[in-house]
Design a protein around this ligand. Structure first.
Ligand SMILES: [Zn+2]
Length: 438
């Protein structure tokens, strides 16, 4: 894949004070415009050409970027004369589109490993891949649901129905697209947005749309408040670090008795409650740090037949919703559905085996390390049982035992945690303020 298509027509009326007459993609972060950051990113990942779809005061963009030779990349332009919306603008540039291309929005600050994204699209042989991430306000966001293989199966526009537990997963506005998927609209001058009009239709037609989950840095800079946040993130080096190309540490967190109430084998969303009032703010503190917040949990309820994969997903959606209501999110929830003990009524025989993911085995940690490029040497495990501590020991990561739930009294493994605290709050406080390895 060689081409990046950038929607660069935005006016930026809410940023008028900073922009003056300039179009929104010319807004500067750290001395360079959003658009220049994107051009540099495309070049870094080996793209050969960029198509800029311009509109408002486009001469500022063409004058600055020219043919792209200053960045050693070919820059082409298509100027929109009628406002056609995001999809309409791309379709209108039909003859200039490659067979496959990336779509970026010119008002976003992006640091995403584009090669990894493109490889995922190719591996899956998808027609379209959307970069998805959890955010800190899922309650007023359009949400996306994936099937167990990662294909998008439903879109839920805001507002959401009460009492329906949805995942905290949103469209981050970065796509890999096969041109063919837009064929129905070729030569139509259609006025349409990708998110509002085109994607819901394609999902309803069950097209191969892959949901690529990524916690990498991508944020739209549409308001003065967001501009301040993004500028701050840039100045402290956060944007540079928030890419899959840079290894980062994680806080691995056990679920039952650590994050949520210890109920023996939760099999229904009603049974799930956050363990205390601090949990969401603890997770939010991790979200605002350089650590990923990742849940690692054994859930033999599935193999026992107490609940299905679908029902467990709804339980986890509730967890994500409760955290999301307070501005916190988990980067991922890994669970092991297996178990070896047989003889339960309604059990699922194919899940009854000795797997390598059930804690204290470290399959989930190794998978997370691969999927998130995690630096295990700087990571922590926080859990309330000796199983968690033994898992950490086997994975070579530092362990904190919390005294909530069963509070380490399970005595299944003889092992010593690096630290013991009374709650997740104290553990997070320690991890985020402790700079010296033990
Ligand atoms: Zn397993």
């Amino acid at each position: 894949m060689k081409q990046v298509v950038i929607l660069a027509g935005g006016m930026g009326s809410r940023l008028k004070e900073m922009l003056g007459d300039l179009p929104k993609p010319m807004l500067k972060i750290g001395g360079k415009s959003l658009l220049e950051h994107q051009v540099i990113l495309a070049k870094k990942y080996g793209f050969k050409k960029i198509l800029l779809l311009t509109s408002f005061n486009s001469h500022y963009i063409t004058n600055f970027f020219g043919d792209g030779s200053r960045w050693d990349i070919l820059i082409e332009y298509q100027r929109e004369t009628l406002p056609l919306g995001t999809a309409g603008a791309v379709i209108d540039a039909w003859d200039m589109l490659d067979k496959q291309f990336i779509v970026m929005y010119g008002d976003t600050m992006v640091n995403v490993d584009l090669n990894r994204l493109v490889a995922a699209h190719a591996d899956r042989q998808a027609d379209l891949t959307l970069l998805l991430h959890p955010n800190d306000h899922p309650y007023d966001s359009d949400l996306v649901e994936l099937d167990s293989s990662g294909w998008i199966k439903a879109l839920y526009p805001y507002p959401h129905l009460d009492g329906v537990w949805l995942p905290n997963l949103t469209n981050a506005a970065l796509y890999v697209m096969n041109k063919d998927i837009l064929l129905p609209w070729k030569n139509t001058k259609i006025k349409a947005d990708f998110a509002k009009n085109i994607f819901p239709l394609l999902v309803s037609q069950r097209r191969k749309i892959y949901g690529y989950k990524s916690p990498e840095y991508i944020k739209d800079v549409g308001t003065p408040k967001r501009y301040k946040e993004v500028t701050h993130a840039y100045n402290v080096g956060r944007i540079a670090r928030d890419s899959f190309s840079v290894p980062k540490p994680a806080v691995f967190i056990d679920r039952d008795g650590t994050l949520v109430d210890e109920v023996n084998l939760i099999s229904h969303p009603e049974q799930l409650r956050l363990i205390d009032n601090h949990v969401a703010s603890d997770i939010r503190r991790i979200n605002n740090s350089d650590y990923y917040a990742i849940v690692i949990t054994n859930q033999p309820v599935v193999s026992r037949g107490d609940c299905t994969f679908e029902e467990l997903k709804v339980i986890h959606n509730k967890l994500e919703t409760l955290l999301g209501q307070e501005g916190a999110y988990l980067d991922h929830i890994y669970f092991c559905p297996h178990h070896t003990d047989k003889g339960f009524l309604g059990e699922v025989p194919e899940l009854k085996f000795n797997c390598d993911c059930r804690k204290p085995n470290i399959g989930m940690i190794l998978l997370a390390a691969r999927e998130f490029n995690i630096d295990l040497s700087k990571s922590w495990m926080v859990g309330n049982s000796s199983v968690d501590i033994e898992t950490a020991r086997r994975a070579g990561i530092k362990a904190i035992l919390v005294k909530t739930g069963h509070g380490g009294k399970d005595a299944r493994y003889i092992c010593q945690a690096d630290k013991e605290f009374s709650s997740l709050s104290e553990s997070v406080e320690f991890i985020l303020t402790c700079h010296e390895p033990i």
